[in-house]
Design a protein. Sequence first.
Length: 430
Amino acid sequence: MKIASVLSLPLFAACSFLSVAEPEIDQEHVVRVLSALSADSMEGRETFTPGIEKAAAFLAAEFEDIGLSSFEGNAGFLQSFHVSSLTREEFTVSINGAEIAEENRAAATTSERLSWTDPADFRLMVVGPDDDFGAMFFELRNGDEDVLMFVDPSHRDFFERIRGFLSRPTRRLDLGAGPNTVVVLGNAAEISSVDVQVTNSVEQQGLANVVGVIPGRRADEIVLFSAHYDHIGFSRAVNGDSISNGANDDASGIAAVVELARYFNEMRRPERTLVFAAFTAEEMGGFGSSYFSQQLDPDQIVSMFNIEMIGKPGIQGPNTAWITGFDRSDMGELMQRAVEGTVFSFYPDPYPDQNLFYRSDNATLARLGVPAHSISTTAIDVDTDYHQVSDEIETLDLDHLTNTVRAIAAGARTIVDGDATPTRVNPEEV
Ligand SMILES: [Zn+2]
């Protein structure tokens, strides 16, 4: 309460003739959204299920109610798109006229069809017994070259793991994107003739982010507030409960995003354009944030406040939150400065070993240079409810949650107002 009035003073002094009530972050609003999303009726909000569609409709109605604008290119608040689900149908490899046995070949491809009939169709790479097969394979997957790897049989164990992984169905946002890698376990040979055939069946699956906008005076400077609204759905029953409600992960973050949208919308027109995004499929590999990042120029995103699991107080006590990847831009420092003299404080992520910077949607935008950080408060290393059916609203500290939303509103204020601009993240280091 204290912080809201302190922060709103200069603003409302400037336009007090409007005699508008001072906006505040309201705990009742936060709890209402949190309760709705973590209710059993949402069935754990798993991507591609009716539960998440219900959650999307609920959030779209919230954005409508607040009076947000829709994001450019979207008809309403749903940012709908598809991913391709690939299932291996056929896979054969023959080299110099001899067919390679099933247990000795693997293929990594995101294409519906792959056909190599000429040694010039790929580069040949030989992995010897002393080479680091794993490192070489993953480097290729991050590159853009089509390669056939001949792998020394001494690497059989690791090869088996890769083969098992690659033969499972997979989902891709961009069908056919990236390099093709075919791995053959066996002694290297000179290749005079080759025939590689891979066929995947492809099914399109629909999903949607929920995105709302408060247009600012500067249309090309965007401040993004985000969280993910998907969760993991049904799990093994514990005491008759099989729904992983994801109250903390990440209905808490979504409740924050919705309340921040309402809060900022009640103020005068912001200097910067504010975008509020509820991402889908975070738990499935971040398809929602990936698709979102392709629908705008990431250079225009001045800051991304990604909110993750803020329903439980962190190890530094109440009125504190941490910021992942604190040193990768000065966004965290700017937030600290913005709340100086208040009860709130932000500090660097205390669990560097958990790689939290990479474990949420912020990483997708950070790879594009955006100062994109997650704000969180839950002790992830000891939390017993994380990804369990016990992640229920009853386990959360609702005062703490509301105070954290207040802290984020306060911490983001100078950036929203255009008075502060975080340094960019170096994508080469992400
Ligand atoms: Zn999460």
